[in-house]
Design a protein around this ligand. Structure first.
Ligand code: UDP
Ligand code: MN
Length: 237
């Protein structure tokens, strides 16, 4: 029988949040055996988010874990408190299946779900529309990962994007952790699993196909109306 996929989506309030989650839910509705872990970075779970997720009919768990208040400037680790809470929830409640970190604004090909379901330990695949090279991908030689193609090596052991790997939950040991270090979340997480490069399973035709994209939405500009949006919407604008 098909392994479950636990699709972990960190999310936060902003004008683009509901459209992003609506679109993502319409992708996930096509996927069998999926459980959506929707992880709010707020002190409480957003009712608006819950409404969108519930309407999709996808089995889900909604958790919240506020980001530490000091992370409000520009270059801060995005979506870490909530991903960490999701990792904890999975470790405490789930014993088999596949973990995937899918941001609320990414775009994913349905075919990739069928491939990542086969992950034995950690699988990897290219991510499109990212960094200075336009793609971030493992380099595969004779069916094995031999190195990485990424515009920002950053002295990382595994220079990959959050959307570029899936993990078998049986491989998610108690040492698994994600740090609050911008740019190093993926690498430090994979290292914390005790991953070795020779154990990586390349997917997407030996990493020759892009099946997930790091799409980003242009920030909505505050409308020039004579109403005080800041007052109406807290710090959403
Ligand atoms: N995110 C979050 N809290 C924040 C900023 C971002 O939970 O304060 C989430 C966001 O919803 C997304 C992921 O973290 O799912 C990555 O953030 P973003 O897309 O803004 O980063 P980028 O892809 O531009 O690096
Ligand atoms: Mn993004």
């Amino acid at each position: 029988d098909l392994k479950m996929i636990y699709y972990v989506t960190p999310t936060y309030p902003r004008p683009e949040q509901i459209p992003e989650l609506t679109r993502l839910s319409h992708t996930l509705m096509h996927v069998p055996r999926i459980h959506w872990v929707i992880a709010d970075d707020q002190p409480i779970c957003s009712e608006t988010v819950k409404t969108v997720v519930r309407r999709s009919g996808i089995p889900f768990t909604h958790i919240s874990s506020p980001k530490p208040f000091q992370y409000k400037s520009n270059n801060f680790p995005r979506g870490v408190a909530n991903r960490r809470a999701a990792i904890d929830w999975i470790r405490q409640n789930i014993h088999e299946g596949i973990l995937y970190f899918g941001d609320d604004d990414n775009t994913i090909d349905l075919q990739l779900f069928e491939e990542m379901r086969m992950t034995k330990r950690v699988s990897m695949f290219p991510v499109g529309l990212i960094g200075g090279y336009g793609v971030s991908s493992p380099i595969v030689k004779d069916g094995k990962v031999a190195g990485f193609f990424d515009s920002w090596p950053g002295s990382r052991t595994f220079p990959v994007d959050m959307a570029g790997f899936a993990v078998n939950i049986e491989f998610l040991t108690s040492s698994a952790s994600m740090p609050y270090i911008a740019g190093h979340e993926e690498d430090k997480f994979l290292v914390s699993l005790g991953l070795k490069i020779e154990d990586i399973e390349p997917l997407a035709d030996n990493c020759t196909k892009v099946m997930v994209w790091h799409t980003r939405t242009v920030k909505f500009k505050k409308p020039t109306l004579k109403v005080n949006f800041d007052k109406m919407n807290g710090d959403q604008y």
